[in-house]
Design a protein around this ligand. Structure first.
Ligand SMILES: *Cc1c(COP(=O)(O)O)cnc(C)c1O
Length: 360
């Protein structure tokens, strides 16, 4: 039986998507083969690929002057390609750190550029976002990088920071399509699909086309976003199965009512869980500044570490899985992306209340 799966990524997928993939596994439409067995240059896959892009553009209201790329290598590889493509060798780039993934982005960029940490909440344990007024931005930065939602620390930007005319580059791995965003406020939006948009193995890079004209740094063709854009992400063999699954997931999101509807559901889901934590009289606690608590990833701790093991065991027995926190933080984490129904979050909140009653 399928449990309520709170995995941070790869994460739960919508059941109708899995069922459709199952039904089409042996033969896609009347192609005589599964979609994953056909050439990426054939009419069948081209249709799947183009439909997925058109649907993602519709879901996110992506303006025409932005290219949408589907690439491999995970979000981490994009974190290296971004300085290679958008900054000159040794040029200054600004990074704002609000959690673990901002630090990985810096690590990937350092060999190529002069990274300025414009602001960081690390001293406070990444429990908030440094106030915009304290950011030390460089006047000549090639771009400003932020992590829209920090998947491990559970810290999320709740509005788009004003960085003047410098392109804003945002890692949206774990919050893409969770609510409406104004794409035109960003130069680049990127992420891996495996949190909120489909299976692992494929990334999205949404990039304002004028940025593709930047010279960047010497790099191989395969590392060049311009080449991928010119070849519609088929410079080499793309991850066809993942692209197909992403397409099904995006179609499902559109059919459910799009990002406006998911924004409402996600707000209700997060409110339910945080209320359970905050109302537990200290039995559970979340340490993030309430103004920037993530709607997607809810890390929490039990007041007594010795209860961690029974919590996870009893949760599993109750049909709730993958609640163990990231090893960097410990404790618990519930990831409640678009594909997690409200009933799943309700089941978790009910379990938490019952567990507290028994062990409090
Ligand atoms: C998961 C995650 C990454 C890393 O993604 P990979 O696909 O494993 O490279 C980067 N940034 C954020 C915000 C993430 O959630």
């Amino acid at each position: 039986m399928r449990a309520w799966n709170f995995s941070a990524g790869p994460a739960t997928l919508p059941e109708p998507v899995l069922r459709q993939a199952q039904a089409e596994m042996l033969e896609w439409r009347d192609a005589g083969a599964s979609i994953v067995e056909l050439s990426h240059r054939g009419a069948e896959f081209i249709e799947v690929a183009q439909q997925a892009e058109a649907d993602l553009r519709r879901l996110l209201s992506v303006p025409d002057d932005y290219a949408v790329l589907f690439l491999q290598g995970g979000a981490t590889t994009q974190q290296a390609l971004i300085p290679l493509n958008f900054a000159a060798p040794g040029q200054t780039v600004d990074y704002v750190l609000s959690g673990h993934w901002g630090k990985t982005a810096v690590k990937q960029a350092r060999p190529y550029v002069a990274v300025n940490i414009a602001a960081s909440s690390e001293d406070g344990g990444f429990r908030g976002i440094p106030p915009r007024a304290q950011w030390q931005l460089s006047p000549d930065a090639a771009y400003v990088h932020i992590t829209a939602n920090e998947t491990i620390h559970g810290v999320e930007f709740r509005d788009v920071p004003d960085v003047g005319g410098v392109p804003l580059v945002a890692d949206f791995s774990s919050s893409i399509a969770s609510e409406p965003i104004d794409v035109s406020r960003y130069g680049v939006i990127y992420g891996g699909a495996q949190k909120n948009l489909g299976p692992v193995g494929i990334c999205f890079v949404i990039v304002r086309r004028d940025l593709l004209e930047r010279a960047g740094q010497p790099r191989a063709d395969i590392l060049d976003y311009r080449s991928h854009a010119a070849k519609e992400s088929m410079l080499n063999t793309p991850p066809t199965w993942n692209w197909y699954m992403l397409g099904l997931t995006v179609k499902w999101m559109l059919a459910e009512g799009g990002v406006e509807e998911f924004a409402r559901r996600n707000a209700r889901k997060a409110a339910l869980l945080y209320a359970e934590i905050d109302g537990s009289g200290g039995f559970y606690r979340n340490e993030v500044d309430p103004a920037v608590r993530s709607r997607m990833n809810v890390p929490f701790f039990l007041h007594d570490e010795a209860l961690n093991k029974p919590f996870l065991e009893e949760a599993k027995a109750a049909g709730l899985i993958a609640l163990k926190g990231h090893r960097a933080l410990g404790g618990m984490r519930a990831s409640i992306y678009n594909a997690m129904p409200e009933a799943g979050v309700q089941a978790l909140a009910d379990f938490m209340r019952e567990f507290r009653r028994r062990h409090g």
